[in-house]
Design a protein around this ligand. Structure first.
Ligand code: EPZ
Length: 457
């Protein structure tokens, strides 16, 4: 494949998204400052949560990604008034005053996993909710039994219509607080239980709750708006139901409710690994270093230098001259363990290590689709009983690969940046669900990457 310079490639409009791809000429060490956007997995919960409010509010630091666009489209579809503020595409004024519907548009709900948050938010708002079973990355079965269990404990009844088995319809005369003991640690079910419980009668206790930063962010947003949630970020969350959220302020109040979404720990981790594999020197800015501790620890074990500049909300990632990457064993766990959403990206670094590494994927049963794509680039990874064995010392070569899902796609970009020669990545719509302008951000620190829409013919 001829290694044409990417800036000579034509960048077309958004008209044929399906055909778009990233083209990368690898080998440039990344250097400079790169800014992280708001967290996808926080924004897709906070935006539906606005349905619980009795007043308008402004959500800031919203990532400009397709999952957020779908959330905003669903809110508008339900009757909300959604207005962008400023020209950066990261701030929205939202009023749900006119929302009278509780049917989530079917097609939109199928486009992402997080559409399930509209079930909890609509239940909490009006006691009714109707949505298709969610879509999202193909990582295995991805059941929502824990979400439905939480709703049922709070008093919601599920209407099973055999006509459309992939619809979830819920009704509750009055949501009543109770104890919800999760059978598995579930980010989505924990968030949905919070959404349904904040305006329920009485007190709700969520046991075996997930502790991710985006759960704390949702609780902080709701508490800022008048909810009474304690313990978010621990495995036991206590919620005292309230009648109104910010309703005391009244519609005409001068209060201008503004809430910024927390920085994206997974986007930050993705950039950290990109800096490492290109043996660059990068300042990743706008982060909360504490949220990155598990990633930082594993990168340091692998021989990567990571400096936490707390007072500058920055992590500095660089690799010393002649340092060989060391093999590292990874086990994915719920927060604060090593995040499953960083597993494919870390695997790329481990293919370059001086020795064998193991990856144990404890969250998703099918999160190794990227392995066959990396094999096209001369990486050697064997799938094992409960994970993968990564053979190191790869000399990655550019190739034509596809993004099998969101984080697998991010891993392909990282591999392309580290490889010799040119890599083209198709199915980039998966990547653009969770990374805002990733090619533009990486070009800003020296990556030779372009998004192209091949000519129709
Ligand atoms: C969220 O998915 C994230 N998505 C995922 O990120 C992330 O991988 C996952 O949490 C774990 O951190 C969003 O927030 C939109 P879970 P979610 O419920 O909520 C099982 C990305 O790349 N489970 O925490 O779907 C489930 O099968 C995406 O940004 C049940 O058994 O994950 C899994 O094994 C990919 N029953 C485990 O729990 C349920 O009702 C954790 O799933 C729910 C989950």
């Amino acid at each position: 494949m001829s290694a044409i310079k990417t800036e000579s490639l034509i960048i077309r409009g958004e008209n044929n998204v399906e055909m778009q791809k990233f083209v990368i000429n690898g080998g440039n060490p990344l250097k400079g400052d790169i800014w992280v956007s708001g967290a996808k997995n926080s924004a897709v919960a906070i935006l539906p949560a606005v349905l619980l409010l009795d007043v308008p509010c402004i959500i800031e630091n919203v990532p400009d990604i397709s999952d957020v666009k779908i959330c905003l489209k669903i809110l508008k579809g339900l009757g909300a008034d959604v207005r962008p503020i400023g020209d950066k595409g990261d701030t929205y004024w939202i009023s749900c005053k006119k929302v009278s519907d509780y049917y989530v548009p079917y097609e939109e709900a199928k486009k992402m996993r997080a559409s399930y948050y509209f079930l909890g938010a609509l239940l909490g708002r009006c006691g009714n909710a109707w949505a298709a079973m969610p879509g999202g990355c193909p990582l295995g079965a991805r059941p929502i039994d824990q979400h439905l269990k939480a709703f049922e404990i709070l008093g919601a009844k599920q209407i099973i219509s055999d006509k459309a088995s992939d619809i979830v319809e819920l009704h509750a005369e009055q949501l009543q607080g109770d104890v919800i003991s999760m059978d598995v640690v579930s980010v989505g079910a924990t968030m949905n239980a919070i959404l349904a419980a904040v305006k329920a009668k009485g007190t709700t206790i969520i046991e075996n709750a997930a502790k991710e930063p985006h759960i704390v962010d949702l609780a902080n947003f709701l508490n800022y708006m008048g909810a009474r949630i304690k313990g978010a970020g621990t495995d036991t969350i206590k919620i005292k139901g309230v009648d109104k959220l910010a309703g005391n302020a009244g519609e005409g109040s001068a209060v201008d409710y503004r809430y910024p979404v927390v920085p994206d720990q997974i986007e930050a981790g993705t950039f950290m690994i990109a800096a490492a594999v290109t043996r660059g020197d990068v300042f990743i800015k706008g982060v909360i270093p504490k949220h990155l501790e598990a990633i930082t620890a594993k990168l340091r074990d692998a021989g990567v230098n990571v400096e936490e500049l707390e007072d500058e909300d920055t992590v500095h990632v660089f690799v010393k001259e002649n340092v060989l990457f060391q093999p590292v064993n990874i086990k994915t766990e719920p927060y604060p363990g090593f995040p499953t959403d960083m597993q494919p990206q870390m695997a790329v670094l481990l293919t370059l290590a001086d020795g064998q590494s193991t990856i144990t994927e404890n969250v998703w049963e099918d999160r190794f689709r990227y392995v066959k794509e990396l094999a096209k680039m001369s990486a050697k990874i064997d799938i094992t009983q409960n994970g993968a064995l990564v053979h190191g010392s790869a000399n990655l070569q550019g190739a034509d690969v596809e993004a099998c899902d969101l984080r697998a796609g991010a891993a392909m970009i990282i591999a392309g940046l580290a490889a010799n020669g040119q890599t083209s990545i198709t199915d980039i719509r998966h990547i653009e669900r969770g990374y805002a302008d990733i090619a533009g951000k990486l070009r800003g620190i020296g990556a030779d990457i372009a998004k192209i829409s091949p000519e129709k013919d």
